[in-house]
Design a protein around this ligand. Structure first.
Ligand SMILES: Cc1cc2nc3c(=O)[nH]c(=O)nc-3n(C[C@H](O)[C@H](O)[C@H](O)COP(=O)(O)OP(=O)(O)OC[C@H]3O[C@@H](n4cnc5c(N)ncnc54)[C@H](O)[C@@H]3O)c2cc1C
Length: 500
């Protein structure tokens, strides 16, 4: 894709006054009072009204303060458990807005939260009393079918990518729920239904525009700032704000064989044990996610969520052994559009629901793990408890662990323990239950995903997310963000400790 020259300093120097007719929104009121905020290290500071007004007037998007219409909607994120109130929300419309917001935050050492799709399970994309830099209006996707590339804005959702690429007979790896943000998912790694064929989402990147902590807009690619390009493929949001991503696309006609295969809970043990052996030999095009859950009607069961995207002509033979893992209660596996599978969980993963999740990577599914998972779900007192075991392997594992910042290439699955609810009154029960059960599962895990678990992971453990890549990431953090402006993530503290 041809790159257009962009001069960050010139763009950042242009204020709204230069474009009196160009505002995309009703103007928000001028800032006339000083603003109380906090710095990254927790100090309370007073921002002068004139400085905040200068930021507001210079944005093409909006600067929302708590008394401005739209503030309460803008601070909401996917996980309804987080009800935080930033001092200011910069709703950016382009890279120049992001540059402005980052320079302002750096100059005042503000606590910064970066919101892409807002799906951080641990609420990292919103903060109390800091500056929330909101990319959710930057969702454009442009496909170049000739070069097989897609460029997506830093706030694009996974569904935006699928919807724009599939009509061209092209696809890239995304995750399993279409309203998840591509930004956070890509920077941390990115698993989904075609990852075993094409690799992680971060493996699809060819170039990324990144606003670094010094307020510069850099291109990161194999040839430009290649150290930054290495770090942002798995290093999460530690190194800057990605204002756009360019992804490699793969030919795909959009047809799949998939859907749920459901077994009664009594058959789940033998089914899961045999599944593990069977799936070791699965073709790259077959993605099967086992989920132990409570089904509509209240009975517990094992769901195998199936998606075959390659070799459809042999589907019957490939899928027959999975059907024979037990006596299915329901077999809805059949021809389906891939995009239908990509949106089937959107409602279950309701925006605004309250989710508590613990997770880690697995190198195998062994008998002890199966027994532990059955024990946990079989005795779960909370109605919406589930354990999902999404697969990795194949193309994900064929990349060297130090080729990108994503270290855990030898993982074959993740295990996710989740308890969710709709009301705040359910939180204590759900959180308490999941915390009490997690140690039994955690002992089977080897490292964890930078995109989950963060808020209560002990400092020393955050290193486990980056494994043998940690030291290189630390030196790059010191180069690109020495003051740790971008700290609400699986944080690599430039002082040498990792925090979450
Ligand atoms: C319902 C649901 C389904 C999921 N399914 C999958 C899945 O199938 N596969 C998978 O791999 N993961 C999955 N995840 C985990 C997902 O990868 C993370 O939650 C990820 O952080 C979501 O990205 P986001 O942009 O929506 O998050 P946000 O909450 O907006 O951001 C999270 C963090 O990412 C960083 N960030 C986001 N955008 C940018 C950007 N443009 N530039 C710099 N930093 C940025 C920031 O550090 C921010 O704190 C799922 C999560 C949920 C809630």
């Amino acid at each position: 894709m041809k790159r257009r020259a962009f001069c960050a300093s010139a763009a950042a120097a242009i204020g709204a006054a230069a474009f009196p007719f160009g505002r995309a929104f009703a103007a928000v009121p001028a800032v006339t009072a000083d603003v109380t905020a906090v710095t990254g290290d927790g100090r309370k500071i007073l921002l002068r009204a004139a400085d905040v007004e200068d930021l507001r007037a210079g944005l093409r998007g909006q600067l929302l303060l708590p008394d401005v219409a739209g503030y309460d909607d803008a601070r909401k994120i996917f996980n309804g458990m987080f009800d935080r109130r930033p001092a200011m929300i910069a709703r950016c419309l382009g890279a120049a807005d992001v540059v402005r917001a980052v320079r302002f935050a750096a100059a005042h050492e503000l606590l910064v939260a970066v919101r892409g799709g807002g799906h951080s399970l641990s609420g990292q994309s919103v903060c109390d009393d800091g500056l929330m830099i909101d990319l959710s209006l930057m969702r454009g996707v442009r496909v170049d079918p000739t070069e097989k590339l897609a460029r997506a804005g830093g706030g694009a959702l996974l569904g935006d990518l699928d919807r724009e690429t599939l009509p061209f007979g092209l696809v890239t790896t995304t995750g399993t729920v279409s309203h998840t943000g591509a930004g956070g998912l890509t920077l941390g790694g990115g698993f989904g239904r075609v990852a075993r064929r094409f690799g992680l989402t971060c493996d699809q990147l060819t170039s990324v525009d990144v606003v670094t902590a010094d307020g510069k807009l850099l291109e990161a690619s194999a040839t430009e700032n290649s150290d930054l390009f290495w770090a942002i493929r798995g290093g999460g949001g530690n190194f800057g704000i990605a204002t756009s991503f360019e992804y490699r696309l793969h030919p795909f006609d959009g047809r799949a064989i998939g859907g749920p295969l459901v077994f009664p809970f009594e058959q789940a043990g033998p089914a899961l044990r045999n599944f593990a052996e069977l799936y070791d030999r699965a073709p790259d095009g077959l993605w099967v996610e086992p989920i132990l859950t409570t089904m509509p009607g209240g009975a517990r069961g094992l769901v195998l969520d199936v998606c075959l995207t390659d070799g459809l002509e042999s589907a019957d033979a490939v899928l027959a052994p999975y059907r024979r893992l037990g006596k299915p209660l329901k077999d809805d596996v059949g021809p389906v559009r891939y995009v239908q599978l990509q949106t089937q969980d959107d409602e279950r993963a309701r925006i605004g629901g309250r989710y508590y999740t613990k997770s880690g990577f697995l190198k195998q599914i062994d008998d002890d793990l199966v027994d532990t998972m059955l024990g946990i779900i079989g005795s779960a007192p909370v109605p919406r408890a589930r354990i999902a075991v999404p697969p990795k392997g194949a193309a994900v594992n064929r990349v060297a662990p130090d080729a990108t910042a994503f270290w855990h290439r030898d993982a074959l699955y993740s295990v996710l323990l989740q308890a969710s609810g709709d009301e705040a009154t359910e939180d204590a029960g759900n959180v308490g239950w999941a915390r009490s059960q997690w140690p039994a599962l955690e002992k089977f895990t080897a490292g964890f995903y930078a995109n989950t678990n963060l808020s209560e992971t002990p400092t020393a453990r955050v290193r486990d997310a980056y494994g043998g890549n940690f030291d290189r990431l630390l030196s790059l953090k010191r180069k690109y963000d020495p003051a740790n402006l971008f700290r609400l993530n699986a944080n690599i503290d430039p002082r040498g400790t990792a925090t979450g």
